[in-house]
Design a protein around this ligand. Structure first.
Ligand code: NAI
Length: 334
């Protein structure tokens, strides 16, 4: 079946890793008509905005997008395209599977957890102000509606994927109101899923436990900021950002993207690791019911990582993005 899918190439290494992913999808037999739309710093001059209407219109139309990373300037400049996109499309759940099963440059061999991050509120509300010289304020917004929704998503995900435990990660000992509200939702929703063990962990302890004993974690549900930080920590456990895929789900649409950013330090050098975007695309094909395409992609990636011949520098190899992609395609078509 032919699928119409929005593609946002993104900034920095984005175009390199998304075009590599397009090649792999094609080789794996995906029948896709791409609607390519641009967002980010590159289009600001042409469209006067980093997120032109046609990007949102395209995703609303196709209901599925593959997205490269988009740069957000630190401290000043435009607001994050990623945050705006997630809010505008109500992509409330960010799912990031973190697994060491590929055994690449990782000290940990038994990590298999899934981060479920709330994507629409918390300190990403954008509500910030200078309240006096030298004093700035950011508002942290937590609502029952969004907390119930993400908690239910996490438990339903755990049930569907035969997972055993959901950990709610919080700091309700300090933020008794906001994180307290999140925790209340998690406790309430947990009661609807008696087959899944429910646990709670304070975020700082969670960070330490992930480094000391990551195998104890299965599904983690977190508010926006903790989810952001803890998923990068998780990526570090399993060989780095080049290997961790992600998906953002709304009520009836989904945007697939890697956890990593635009990596300006290596952009344009043809050495970026495209596997995180490829694994995100693999999830996308499963979401679209194209399991046979996803299986081809997954198999080729596992062979590549097992043989270790065509790895990019972040995985300890010397291959370019193109060489790695060529090797994957050879594996599929041989
Ligand atoms: P980053 O993820 O871009 O890079 C962190 C480190 O990981 C760098 O050393 C980079 O070279 C390396 N790295 C990342 N992806 C890699 C890959 N595929 N292959 C090999 N090495 C890789 O994080 P950073 O530097 O904090 O952010 C850069 C920009 O990306 C910022 O403007 C940030 O706002 C944006 N960003 C965008 C995201 C998105 O669009 N979803 C997510 C995270 C950051």
């Amino acid at each position: 079946m032919k699928h119409k899918i929005t593609l946002i190439p993104g900034d920095g290494i984005g175009p390199e890793v998304t075009s590599a992913t397009q090649r792999l999808l094609e080789a794996a037999g995906a029948d896709i008509e791409w609607d390519v739309v641009e967002a980010g710093a590159n289009v600001l001059k042409i469209h006067g905005t980093t997120l032109p209407d046609q990007v949102l219109d395209s995703i609303k139309r196709t209901k599925v997008a593959l997205k490269g990373p988009i740069t957000t300037p630190v401290g000043e400049g435009f607001t994050s395209v990623n945050v705006t996109l997630r809010k505008q499309l109500n992509l409330f759940a960010n799912v990031r599977p973190i697994s060491s099963k590929y055994g690449i440059s990782s000290k940990y061999l038994d990590v298999d957890m899934v981060i479920v991050r709330e994507n629409t509120e918390d300190v990403y509300s954008g509500l910030e102000q200078d309240i006096a010289p030298g004093v700035a304020q950011t508002l942290k917004i937590i609502t029952t509606v969004a907390s119930d929704r993400i908690a239910r998503f996490a438990f339903e995900y755990a049930k569907r994927e035969n997972r055993k435990t959901v950990h709610a990660v919080h700091k309700a000992n300090i933020m008794k109101k906001s994180d307290g509200l999140f925790l209340k939702s998690c406790r309430q929703i947990a009661k609807e899923f008696p087959g899944i063990e429910y646990r709670e962990v304070i975020v700082d302890n969670c960070a330490m436990q992930m480094v000391m004993r990551p195998e104890q974690f299965d599904v983690l549900v977190l508010t926006n900021l903790y989810g952001d930080i803890i998923s990068d920590l998780g990526a570090g456990l399993v060989g780095g950002l080049g290997l961790v895929p992600g998906a953002n789900y709304g009520e009836n649409l989904a945007v697939f993207e890697a956890v990593h950013g635009s990596a300006p330090d290596i952009a344009g050098k043809n050495i970026a690791n495209p596997l995180a975007v490829m694994l995100s695309a693999e999830q996308m094909m499963r979401y679209l019911g194209e399991d046979h395409v996803a299986n081809h992609m997954k198999h080729a990636i596992i062979v590549l990582l097992t043989e270790k011949q065509y790895l990019t520098p972040d995985m300890g190899g010397k291959a370019t993005t193109t060489e790695l992609t060529d090797a994957l395609i050879r594996e599929i078509v041989h």
